[in-house]
Design a protein around this ligand. Sequence first.
Ligand SMILES: *Cc1c(COP(=O)(O)O)cnc(C)c1O
Length: 362
Amino acid sequence: MTSSRPFNFSAGPATLPEPVLRQVAAEMLDWHGSGMSVMEMSHRGKEFGSILEAAQADLRELLVVPPHFHILFMQGGGLGENAIVPLNLSRGGKVDAVVTGSWSRKSAAEARRYADVQVAAEGDGRSIPTDWRLRDDAAYVHVCTNETIDGVEFHELPRLANGVPLVIDCSSHLLSRPIDWDRVGLAFGGAQKNIGPAGLTLVFVREDLLGHALDICPTAFNYATVAANHSMYNTPPTFGIYVAGLVFQWVKGLEYAGKRGLAAVEQRNIDKAALLYAALDASGFYENRVDAGCRSRMNVPFFLRDESLNDRFLAEAKAAGLLQLKGHKSVGGMRASLYNAMPLEGVQALVGFLKDFEARHG
Ligand SMILES: *Cc1c(COP(=O)(O)O)cnc(C)c1O
């Protein structure tokens, strides 16, 4: 399908697959002959029940989530999980945190309200630190596997030798690649990067980690309660789950480079990122400062060497149909987010614009 819409590089809420948006529009007033919008349905009715079940099953299939993991549809976002995870898993004891950028730093600070948090290693925002000082009696180790602001990604999950569960904040690369469940105790992410509208939070939690929540944990945020009630203890974010379900269907059907489903999405993400990094590296006009081995496929921060051109760059990009390229305020410069729904043509258009802008202003 060809589109006249501009390419949207927002870090989140972010671009969604156009076929999904069209289907949502078509079903807005009357979902499957029910006479209701999904927004208007009881979450306990059979219509929404079928939506939730299909979304769960498709997500489990796409990410090959083992049976001993629960998939929870929650609210509160990544920042909510920064508190909800220690409330459920820390037992008020020790938590080790690996700081690789802005988001993991925030997570460590929030967990400190509930647990004895030690920073096990701290990176410089451009690389993943080695030599983690881990405590064998920690309740879990927290890692952010894709630092959305810094553009640092783990391309392999750490294997913790001491058997302490690994908790990953995978908000900004969830569903962009497979997850090695053997190495994970809990994974969480907000939907608004790769999966759907803001308001839905996905949690994958290993069965044996349930049932240890602190007394002060709100009941609606107690993973054991949410799991026992199939994400229906309280009203789940129904519309977000519906849109996410359509995105899962879209991922399942995606074909690229002879692959299908998540493998196709991943290959496309690899190719998109390679195209953009190659263009940045080949230029003396732009630069990305992240170590080659941990550059994010999803979020590519870059700088113009002459920062006085920043405003002009953004204005001309917008005029060329390339939206939301401004970098996060804490690091400045530019950032292109290349989530699943960004087609290869979007990155080709961006690379063309980069060269054109450099030719005119370099
Ligand atoms: C976006 C993001 C968050 C924050 O999510 P909210 O929904 O705003 O709470 C947390 N962690 C990472 C890695 C993110 O990219």
